[in-house]
Design a protein. Structure first.
Length: 283
């Protein structure tokens, strides 16, 4: 078990009524990012994926790249693939895969824990969140309307030569879908509520968001901004101001939904007007 990297202390929080076997829990303790080794050598599969890409390379590069890839694949074609799971863990993994028809295996909102919920429990927590928070039920999906409105605005700006053709193409999403809501369990809170997460992948405004992020990124360079926990630790280690001996952390409830968008737009416009050097090259 030590060779397989299985943790001694369980990180599994099973909130369902279904009991997990010891082997199933051991496999889950490997983490949701653990990747079992394939049952067979994947060299041929890798080769079939690489070859179409090589054909797209310039003529002068194709032969050299094909030779290098062939040598690399040949060296690994007959190499042995050592299994990183014991036989009973393989069986446990297969059992867990069949259990996903009834169970949700989710990362906890904080920490490295893995939470087990039934589909019914998960859906009920999402429904509770939607009912308790200030959401509004719409009569129809606004995705097509929003997509059409954005397209008309971009075309008008392009016609008026306010934006470039590159900006226009980069800000469009030709086949959008509605955002998708899911959540992670907050096991550190009473009742284990759900932290909502909205996936904006392929939504009407996602391409425009990426373009705007390109232009707004210079505004994020501030001495008050912390990148992550490691950055905070570095700041504390170099803190040499005795008149401020205490550090505190503040949390803003519903930060983004509480922002005044009109004020934010005015602040951005003023900042870029006063500091035109912050405006990056055209997209």
């Amino acid at each position: 078990d030590t060779k397989l990297g299985i943790k001694k202390k369980s990180v599994v929080v099973n909130l369902s009524e279904e009991k997990l076997s010891n082997a199933e829990e051991e496999v889950l303790n490997l983490g949701l990012k653990f990747t079992p080794t394939p049952k067979r050598n994947p060299t041929l599969d890798v080769a079939s994926c690489i070859q179409p890409g090589i054909r797209e390379l310039p003529d002068g590069v194709q032969a050299s790249m094909a030779h290098d890839v062939e040598q690399l694949l040949s060296a690994n074609e007959h190499s042995r693939v050592d299994d990183n799971l014991l036989p009973h863990h393989r069986r446990a993994l297969k059992n867990l895969q069949t259990r996903t028809q009834r169970l949700r295996i989710l990362p906890a909102d904080k920490g490295n824990s893995i939470v087990i919920l039934t589909h019914k429990q998960y859906e009920l927590k999402l429904e509770t969140h939607i009912e308790e928070e200030p959401y509004t039920l719409l009569k129809k999906d606004p995705t097509p309307t929003l997509h059409g409105k954005l397209d008309r605005v971009l075309k008008r700006l392009l016609t008026d030569k306010i934006i470039t053709r590159d900006f226009y193409n980069a800000a469009r999403n030709l086949h959008p879908r509605a955002p998708q809501l899911y959540g992670t369990p907050k096991i550190h809170k009473q009742g284990v509520p759900i932290r909502p997460i909205v996936s904006f992948y392929n939504t009407p405004l996602i391409a425009l968001h990426k373009v705007l992020a390109h232009y707004l990124k210079p505004l994020t360079n501030s001495p008050l901004r912390l990148k992550d926990s490691n950055h905070m630790i570095d700041v504390l280690r170099t803190h040499t101001q005795p008149e401020f001996p205490y550090q505190c952390s503040l949390n803003v409830k519903s930060l983004y939904t509480s922002c005044d968008m009109s004020l934010a737009q005015k602040s951005i416009k003023q900042k870029l007007t006063d500091n035109p050097n912050l405006i990056p090259q055209s997209h």
